[in-house]
Structure formats: structure tokens, C-alpha cells
Design a protein around this ligand. Sequence first.
Ligand code: SAH
Ligand code: AVI
Length: 310
Amino acid sequence: MVPADSFREDVIEGLSQPQKTLAPKYFYDAEGSRLFDRICRLPEYYPTRAELALTRRHLADIARFAGRGCELIEYGSGEGLKTRLLLGALRPSAYVPVDISPTALEGAARRLSKEFSWLHIFAVVGDFSQPLRLPVFRQRAGRRRVVYFPGSTIGNLLPQEAEGFLHMTRGLVGRGGAMLVGVDCKKDANILHAAYNDARGVTAAFNRNLLARMNAELGANFALRRFAHYAFYNASRGRVEMHLVSRLRQRVAIGRHRFDFDVGETIHTENSHKYSVAEFQAFARDAGFAPRKVWRDRRGLFALHGLRAA
Ligand code: SAH
Ligand code: AVI
């Protein structure tokens, strides 16, 4: 679980900057995880369906690349929709899902242990952007460590953070290790706009839930209706940005801290970077991986990269 103190400190620091900012990892309290699962089923939100489709289509090749019986570590495992496919094909010797959301992690671990009774699951609640203490298994000869990072959650990191993260993961998998990472591709901005501004308003509710979380956990007094959801594609940075826009001049209190908002001022709540295959492969190389495979869905919306520790 995220310690309450670091949540408070990060919020106070983020809201004190000229461009008010909150880290997207804070979306995922119990309600945020529930809303994200609903997003994955929206007609406009193509990434989940595209990644599921490409995983089904190329499952045998993906499994060959990762190697049956490997030790599988998954970051930001969430509901584990695609993981089920992979687990069945890979039959890993151990599965270590890591997620910041205890609710998402517990639900997925319970479902997976029912479906795959032979599987050794070691669930870890933690922040993958920090060095983590993961369970250590005796490495048997020929058994590799594979990190699975689906969903384009890597796109929620800034490019320099993503590179640092890849570097850290390269160290974790060690020689002979590998990484499978799902990356959303650059595409028509209209498709992106629809995906992050769905007609049912689920993404808006997911964004505003951050305000509700600060009210509940930090005693803040955000009035949710005074903030509007705003998401757009920033082409020069190759990312969708999500913001919460203040509808009026207002002051918000969090404990003894006061934050003033002008009309139209925003809290920047998320970046979702979109990478071409070449851009992402260059990143991976800089972090010490050799890009070996790319699997894509038929429409070319989403890519799963197979990286080998160089
Ligand atoms: N892998 C799933 C879920 C993606 S949503 C899929 O592909 O659909 C992103 C997931 O990452 C959520 O479950 C969220 O709780 C988790 N997450 C986000 N930031 C995190 C962090 N810094 N450390 C660990 N988990 C994180
Ligand atoms: C988890 N992550 C990759 C999602 C994304 O598309 O950036 C989170 C999300 N934000 C709005 N909709 C979905």
C-alpha cells in the first residue's frame, strides 16, 4: 500500500508547483482500480482489446520467446486479463505480480490461483518505480527471469523515467533474462481523443476520483463538480495529457495548506506517451536490451516488444 505520508507529501509538493501536478500512480485506490477495469471494456478504449488480440494471435511465438518454465514478474498487473493467456502458454515456475493497488492485486491473485491451481503466486504490493524487494528463488540452470509489463503503463512514465525503469529492469532480469513490454503506438489523434474522452464519462470519473481520494485520505475539501476532465493529444510531445480544470476561481484546503486555483487553471494528472516501434527500440537499446521481436495487432494500434538482456 502507498504509505499515507508519502501520498500527502507528494500531493503538497505537486500542488505547490507553478503547473500543479499529481503522479498517475495515485489514481489506483479501490475505486480507481474499479474504474480502470470499466475503462478497459469501453468501446472507445482500444488498447486493451488490441493487446488482448495480439497476445491471442501470437501466443505460441511469445511463449517461445519468453521460454516455458521461466520465472515471470509482472509490473502493474491490475486485473490480469492478458496475463491469463500468457500463464497458460508459459507455465512459469513462479509468478510474481507487483501492483500498487492492493485491491487489484488481491482480486487478480485470487482468480488466477483458482484457474491455475499448479501456479506458485507471490503477490507483491509495491511501487515499481522504486527499487523493490522481490522474493528470491534459487535460479536453476536454464531458467530465465522474464519481466512482463503490459498495458502501455510504461507510457505513463516520462521518457527519462521510462529509460531509468528499463535500466533497472535490465539489472533485475540479469544475463539471459528478457522483458515483454506492451507499448501503445502513435496514431490518428481522433482515435486517441475518443479513447480518453469516452461518451459514458468513465475516464472523467477516473480522473476526478483523484480529488475524492485526496478528500477521503488527506482530509482535503475539493468540490468535484468544480473541476472538469480535460484530455488531449500533445503532438509535439507524443503523448495524451489528462488534466483537471478548475471551473472557477477557488481555494482548496488540505490540512493547514491552502491552494489557489484561477479559472481554467489545471492539475496535470497523467501523461500517456505513444511510441513508434523505432522510438521504443532505441530506448530499449540505451537501457541495455536487445530488441528482438515486435508483435502487433492487425490494425497496428498496439505493439508488444520482446527484449533480450544484451
Ligand atoms: N496491466 C493491466 C493494468 C494496467 S493499469 C492491463 O494491462 O490492463 C496500470 C496498473 O499499474 C494498475 O493496476 C495500477 O495499480 C498499477 N500501477 C500504476 N503505477 C504503479 C506503480 N508506480 N507501481 C506499481 N503499480 C502501479
Ligand atoms: C494504465 N495506463 C496505460 C492507462 C493509459 O491509457 O494511459 C491509464 C488510463 N488513463 C486514462 N485512460 C486509461
